[in-house]
Design a protein around this ligand. Structure first.
Ligand SMILES: [Zn+2]
Ligand SMILES: [Zn+2]
Length: 555
């Protein structure tokens, strides 16, 4: 049996929403061959990780196993599924597969980054099938919030696994075909060993509404708008862009696209046919010349991103786009947890300008791209897996998905964590080992290990500042000059009005004088004593302990 073992390991995406990367292995322990599914990023929040934009999965295990990797298949083009490739693919250099839209979007993203390496993508047709060693991978169309989302039916000599990717059921999506129920049910008839599935909306009852419902609301809101309309949504949501364009045309309005990421997606969608029949959009420079009731601005920035179009419009700082009292802004989006403050800031900026703001709190202007509970049950009913492993979700989502699957009669349900190596057999699934996993931070142009002290030090600095002390000692241990002291990010005076710099200076001098003679000539000993004294002298007045660096120079 050992030679025919099928294993699964998530290296990201479990216990979090983002950073999706799963691997499937086949063969005996020492000589497994691997299939990688997706390679995504997470977005960092400024408060927790100052200076860090992106979080990437740590792929050192895959780098080690590089020679045994047969390929990497992308389920779809969202950043949480392909956003880490530009940085990580060069470390692997393995064949990369994607459907036409995903491949084109990836290429456009790559070209937008200066100095990005060449990354060849092999294009797989929709519904296509590819053989990679023992893995026979079939793409099954699923509805989602970007064109060409695919579930993967992975057939191996040890059984079939369905990796759902991101999906929902939408009988009337605006672009692309609905979720391929027939193919999924046929796969169920064939027999599915394990389902590894999207858990994002497992806490939400019922079914998600259709994109067509949103299109109707948008058409009504655009038709009845008294003046200018701006709509913001996720840049890659081509179906939504199409809904806005159709609504604009019906209302006799031109569409102006504002924001680099959205321009890029529009171009890719035109090239791949997803905007066929949609009128040409106008350049942003025409906005100012169009009458207010003849224009719709499609903007980036639905998450309150400070550099995106909408935030700049809300601050009245956009070079081309202005809004005024009586104009209407529609957030055709959901605020991703963590972005609430930024989004509220943008909304407040708009409201202060007299702009009317419409969100999904008051109108059906957005629907999710992930399955709610009734949809999850449909999938289980079609596929009838022996094993279900919840993926793509935080702990609560995974637990709810697991509970639902048990209630639906799935014989084996397994909750696992990033780095768990899971053996999948007809008897069930079990965690048999752990593989190295973790996180990397994109810090400017560099990738740093999340375990390294860089970001923790930066967080401490941002919280309590730093004192730098320089001492010049003779070889015998006498101070040969006044200590140099510099305070960064520390209040200038204490509550009594004494200069913090003087407090630090006194602490240095006092420590030095009370230090036993033999220790004065030991630079390390001096540095440590001074460091402690300065920190506690400042903490006494401030109630916060800064970082303190002491440099001792023996002259
Ligand atoms: Zn997605
Ligand atoms: Zn996703």
């Amino acid at each position: 049996m050992a030679g025919r073992e099928l294993v699964f390991a998530p290296l990201g995406g479990i216990g979090e929403i983002g950073m999706n990367l799963s691997i499937y292995g086949f063969g005996d322990g020492a000589r497994r061959q691997w299939l990688i599914v997706d390679c995504g990023v997470s977005f960092a929040s400024e408060e927790h990780l100052p200076g860090i934009d992106l979080i990437l999965p740590d792929i050192r295990y895959l780098v080690e196993e590089r020679r045994n990797i047969l390929g990497l298949v992308l389920t779809h083009g969202h950043e949480d599924h392909m956003g880490a490739l530009i940085d990580l693919w060069p470390r692997l250099n393995v064949p990369l597969f994607a459907t036409p839209f995903t491949a084109a979007l990836f290429e456009a993203r790559r070209l937008s980054e200066s100095g990005a390496p060449e990354i060849p993508v092999k294009v797989v047709p929709l519904g296509g099938r590819l053989t990679l060693g023992p893995f026979d991978v079939e793409l099954i169309n699923v509805a989602h919030s970007i064109p060409e989302s695919n579930a993967l039916a992975i057939r191996t000599p040890a059984g079939v696994v369905l990796h759902t990717g991101d999906w929902k059921i939408d009988p009337t999506p605006l672009i692309g075909a609905p979720t391929d129920q027939a193919k999924l049910a046929a796969l169920g008839d064939e027999g599915v060993l394990a389902l590894i599935g999207d858990s994002t909306n497992a806490v939400r009852d019922g079914r998600s509404p259709s994109e067509s419902d949103v299109a109707r609301t948008l058409a009504e809101l655009i038709r009845t708008a008294p003046a200018r309309v701006a709509v913001t949504t996720f840049a890659s949501h081509v179906g939504r862009l199409r809904a806005v364009a159709d609504a604009a045309r019906a209302a006799g309005r031109e569409v102006v696209v504002v924001g680099r990421a959205m321009e890029r997606v529009v171009q890719v969608a035109r090239e791949t046919g997803y905007l066929d029949g949609v009128q040409d959009f106008r350049g942003v420079e025409t906005y100012g010349y169009l009458p207010p009731d003849k224009v719709v601005a499609l903007c980036t920035g639905s998450q309150g991103e400070p550099r995106a179009a909408l935030a700049r419009i809300a601050e009245d700082e956009h070079p081309e786009i202005t809004l005024a009292k009586g104009d209407r802004v529609i957030f055709s989006s959901r605020t991703i947890p963590g972005n609430e403050k930024a989004v509220a800031g943008v909304i407040n900026g708009l409201v202060a300008q007299g702009v009317e703001v419409v969100t999904d709190r008051d109108h059906l202007v957005h629907v999710t791209g992930h399955p709610r509970r009734a949809e999850l049950l449909d999938m289980i009913g079609w596929v009838r897996p022996k094993i279900l492993i919840p993926a793509h979700g935080e702990a609560l989502h995974l637990a709810e998905h697991a509970k639902l699957a048990r209630q639906a009669g799935v014989p084996h349900v397994l909750l696992c964590r990033n780095g768990d190596l899971v053996r999948i057999t007809p008897e069930g699934a079990a965690i048999i080992d752990e593989v190295p996993s973790g996180r990397l931070y994109k810090d400017g142009a560099l990738l740093v290990d999340a375990e390294s002290r860089t970001v923790a030090a930066r967080r401490r600095l941002s919280f309590a500042g730093m004192v730098s002390v320089a001492l010049a000692l003779s070889e015998k241990g006498a101070l040969v000059a006044d200590p140099e002291i510099e305070l960064i990010g520390i209040p200038e005076t204490d509550a009594a009005g004494r200069l913090m710099a003087d407090i630090a200076r006194d602490a240095v001098e006092e420590t030095f004088e009370t230090l036993p003679k033999p220790r004065r000539s030991d630079p390390d000993s001096v540095a440590e004593a001074v460091r402690r004294a300065v920190r506690s002298a400042i903490a006494e007045r401030w109630n916060k302990k800064p970082i303190c660096h002491v440099h001792v120079l023996v002259v």
